[in-house]
Design a protein around this ligand. Sequence first.
Ligand code: OAD
Length: 227
Amino acid sequence: MEKIVLFSGAGISAESGLKTFRDPDGLWKRYSLEDLATPGAWSRNPSLVLEFYNARRRQLGEVEPNAAHRAVAELEEQFAVTVVTQNVDDLHERAGSTNVVHLHGQLNQARSTMDSDLILDLGFRDIVLGDLCPKGSQLRPNIVWFGENVNNLEVAAAAIEAADKVLVVGTSLSVYPAAGLIHHASAQAEKVMVSMDLDSEPQRFTWLQGKAAELVPAVVETWLSGG
Ligand code: OAD
């Protein structure tokens, strides 16, 4: 079976109604990343950080996967698919993808502040000050903040290296080390990138400029029909 890696960023979930980070109406244009998504922010003002992620999580409970997520799930009919995502939403899983590698954590999980391996499923519930892990420390969102270690980098790099086709969707490729992963794609692999906008033409990838919910189903249809 041919292997496919789908590498996604916030743009794949934009048409579900979740804001991206760096587009003109993106989250980091409206909110200060330094006040919300760093270990320093958490130590200075944990309730502000919790409220920001509680709002994101509640919103996630109100949205649905879109045609791009669903098309990616359909690839499993004929290919061995690994989804490597920078996204913290669960829309790939809800669309039916069964092998999803999260690099930046998951919004619907809480994590112990005492033991980073102690992760609890939250669903769409809030975390508030005083919510404790089984070992007695405050719970925090299971999100990788700036300055923290990215999860699953090795497994993601190995999947990309081994892939026959790599499809990159909806990422500005501006946050490292995640963005650097695409350079692991082999020279022989078919490499396609779908994004509304990019700062510069991607090297080695064919760039299809436009919306994920329109272009990803078209790419998937071509691949499923042997093209
Ligand atoms: P960005 O907001 O940086 O980039 C989103 C990309 O998606 C841009 O290139 C847009 O042009 C494109 N885009 C927007 N709408 C689209 C659509 N409908 N169809 C296709 N493309 C679209 O988001 P990321 O690259 O995911 O980290 O950001 C990387 C990381 O920065 C995130 O994982 C997050 C953030 O801080 C954490 O949460 C730890």
